[in-house]
Design a protein around this ligand. Structure first.
Ligand code: FDA
Length: 309
């Protein structure tokens, strides 16, 4: 019930200013984000890979209306890919990126600029021996993101997509993307979306998640099951068996710091598990979405804010 008000509150500039003065080491921040530097992210990657997990790195930042900032984001990804490669980690680690951080929302030529920036990162990823997945943001960007994905896949067919089960359109999008070689991460969706386009009731979102999972598991692509929900994890395993999928022909994905024991348990039983590691100074929007999903963390959050440690 607290989810929508929290997502609205997160858009207040005053709240943002107050929260952003917290150091990344503050308990609540560091439980979701390993650090602000590339080195901290690459160290966290090495540790998780050492435990038999896979990783996707996300350099935090979104809604850029500044060409230079978009260029800086590209440079940050190229640097991260270079460091992953230098430390021999690219077999187990890829990168995830938000097109809005690459200029998608720029008033002039936003899509073209985001496409070219994403292309530069795909090229760096290919040179480093790994892949890119395009995150999905609010519903106003879905068509543009899928169009950019189609363009990127002409040269980099290994590029992954994200679909959100809370959107009414997503089952159809899953059908369109369930082809051979297509990597699709299915999540429930993290943004506040209107009733006209998205299911509002959690049960409806879950039912849609299961319908989408069926399409992806029955299809020819590579499903990436991104959820911490124990029921969805179990259903994904059953569907994989029903459709005769061997382990390694799909994977589970969870966020850094959320249900780490479950991440290890799944990996130990032979599943591929990828941990999404966000890093960088722009952790505010990401943190607020995680808090909105988990209002139980609010008291912990308020304590961190008051003590600012
Ligand atoms: P749900 O929110 O129903 O939670 C199920 C259970 O998981 C909870 O009961 C609790 O036990 C645990 N849990 C969930 N959130 C927690 C938290 N914050 N802290 C502690 N425990 C928690 N969204 C999006 O819109 N675009 C995207 O590109 C992505 N990308 C993405 C990548 C990956 C790898 C993951 C795992 C998720 C995303 N998401 C995303 C976020 C996603 O849409 C969704 O908001 C969250 O994963 C929470 O949904 P769950 O499926 O975990 O279920």
């Amino acid at each position: 019930m607290l989810r929508q008000p929290l997502l609205l509150l997160a858009r207040s500039e005053r709240v943002k200013k107050l929260v952003s003065t917290m150091p990344v080491s503050a308990g609540i921040v560091s439980s979701y984000v390993p650090g602000e530097t590339t080195e901290s992210a690459v160290d966290a990657t090495a540790e998780l890979i050492g435990h038999g997990l896979h990783v996707t790195l996300d350099y935090l930042g979104e809604d850029t209306l500044d060409v230079e900032q978009a260029d800086a984001t590209v440079a940050a990804y190229v640097d991260a890919l270079g460091q992953l490669s230098a430390r021999g980690l690219t077999r187990g680690a890829e990168v995830s990126l938000k097109l809005s951080a690459l200029g998608q929302a720029l008033p002039e030529n936003g899509n073209k600029i985001a496409l070219e920036n994403a292309r530069a990162i795909c090229r760096a990823a290919r040179n480093a021996g790994t892949t890119v997945t395009l995150d999905m943001e609010d519903h106003t960007t879905t068509d543009s993101t899928l169009a950019i994905l189609r363009e990127l896949r002409k040269d980099f067919p290994e590029t992954g997509a994200v679909l959100q089960s809370y959107l009414h359109r997503t089952e159809a999008d899953c059908r369109a993307l369930a082809y051979e070689g297509s990597r699709v991460r299915l999540c429930k969706g993290a943004y506040k979306q209107p009733e006209s386009v998205a299911f509002q009731d959690r049960l409806d979102v879950d039912k849609s998640y299961v319908r989408c999972l069926k399409v992806l598991m029955a299809g020819q692509g590579y499903p990436m099951v991104a959820t911490h929900d124990p029921r969805m994890v179990e259903i994904a395993g059953s569907l994989a068996s029903r459709y005769g999928r061997a382990k390694g022909s799909y994977e589970f994905q969870m966020l850094y710091g959320i249900r780490p024991e479950e991440q290890k348990r799944l990996a130990e039983r032979g599943d591929t598990v990828r941990v999404y590691i966000p890093y960088g100074t722009e952790w505010y929007g990401y943190l607020m979405r995680r808090l909105a999903e988990r209002p139980q963390n609010l008291s912990f959050f308020v304590k961190s804010l008051v003590s600012k440690k």
